[in-house]
Design a protein around this ligand. Structure first.
Ligand SMILES: C[S@@+](CC[C@H](N)C(=O)[O-])C[C@H]1O[C@@H](n2cnc3c(N)ncnc32)[C@H](O)[C@@H]1O
Length: 349
């Protein structure tokens, strides 16, 4: 299953996924079961209910999510997750004893952070029961000390002062009341505990990414109508399905962020030591058309050599972003935002 992509990330540059065949993961007894086959009536209702849309959409794609986004639990994604943490937070008292992830999906961020030495034990949570199940299965496969709950980030089902770290990746922009979710993070954090969220779209970045994506999709799907390029055209049913999936994303993608506004929101929620950071400018300007092109043509046309070349291009442009463009381009022009802050109180050792 493919769709018009909405998130630029190196996760999809090389495809290595964790094995995930086990069904005996320990889901919480009070949690609902996954619903991967929504009825037409449910889909209709979801068009007006963003949280229902989240559950249906992510339950539907949970079992294929790691493959679709080339999420792995090896060095490549450990380095990526740890790199985002280090960029957002800087030097920190690692490892944290107990960490919570909100909107965990299949566990990409927390499981890789744990493997990268950021936390010893973890709790994965998501609105989608299907995602929690896959995240717990991945954790078990990796031998990590992790439990999980189906949970809404606006009402986190854990006691006050429980965690040393709360984290999330590509989740804040899906939450209707982001400030409420940040308040909840601060409630469940111990005094001195830290939150860190990465992979959020900036407002300017999202604007150019969408425009570039739409243009590339249009050009690729039109040009591949030419008879001599027909081998590069995906079947119309698949293209239609991609467009429908993209329409559903309008229901689940609720926000884009200006880094300064994100900082104000975190402070207003009660956090101290707040800092927003951004990354990926040249890498995003290049990556969005490339990824949209890849989604619009048959998979078999994209050779390993091509994928590796794209990955190297992404690494090179990321280097340019970090070492040159960061010094001259305003931070709000970069595509990816991250935010960190601390719960006031005792200083962590
Ligand atoms: C774009 S996916 C990111 C998943 C994962 N963090 C990653 O980076 O691969 C967003 C995830 O947030 C979850 N989500 C959306 N709204 C949520 C909410 N209000 N509370 C908790 N999770 C939510 C979705 O179910 C989905 O799994």
């Amino acid at each position: 299953m493919k769709q018009e992509p909405t998130e630029a990330s190196p996760r999809d540059a090389v495809g290595i996924s964790a094995e995930s065949g086990r069904e005996d993961v320990k889901v919480h007894p009070d949690d609902p079961a996954p619903n991967p086959h929504a009825t037409e009536a449910e889909v209709e209702a979801a068009l007006k209910d963003t949280k229902l849309a989240q559950v249906l959409y992510h339950d539907w794609e949970a079992e294929t999510y790691d493959d679709k986004w080339s999420i792995s639990y090896d060095e490549r994604c450990i380095d990526y997750a740890r790199g985002r943490f280090d960029l957002a937070v800087g030097p920190a008292p690692l490892p944290y004893e107990r960490a919570l992830e909100l909107g965990c999906g299949t566990g990409f961020f927390l499981l890789n952070l744990m493997q990268g030495g950021v936390a010893k034990t973890g709790s994965v949570t998501d609105l989608s029961p299907g995602m929690v199940k896959v995240a717990l299965r991945n954790a078990e496969h990796l031998g990590l000390d992790v439990d999980g709950r189906v949970a809404d980030a606006e009402t986190i089902p854990y006691d006050d002062d429980t965690f040393d770290l709360v984290c999330g990746h590509a989740v804040l922009h899906h939450i209707p009341d982001v400030e409420l979710a940040l308040k909840e993070c601060l409630r469940v954090l111990k005094p001195g505990g830290r939150f860190v969220f990465a992979g959020e779209p900036t407002t300017v970045g999202n604007f150019y990414a969408r425009k570039l994506g739409q243009l590339t999709w249009k050009v690729t799907t039109e040009v591949t109508k030419l008879p001599f390029l027909s081998g590069w055209r995906r079947p119309q049913t698949e293209l239609d399905e991609s467009s429908r999936a993209a329409a559903l994303e309008a229901v689940v993608d609720l926000h884009t962020f200006d880094p300064s506004d994100l900082e104000k929101m975190a402070k207003s929620a009660g956090a101290v030591d707040v800092k927003a950071t951004t990354e990926e400018f040249a890498a995003a300007l290049w990556g969005w058309p490339v990824r949209t092109f890849e989604a619009a043509v048959p998979d078999e046309k994209l050779t390993i050599g091509y994928r590796m070349a794209q990955y190297r291009a992404w690494l090179g442009l990321s280097w340019l972003d970090e070492n040159v463009l960061r010094k001259v381009v305003p931070r709000e022009f970069f595509y990816n935002a991250m935010i960190t802050g601390v719960k006031p109180g005792a200083v962590q050792k």
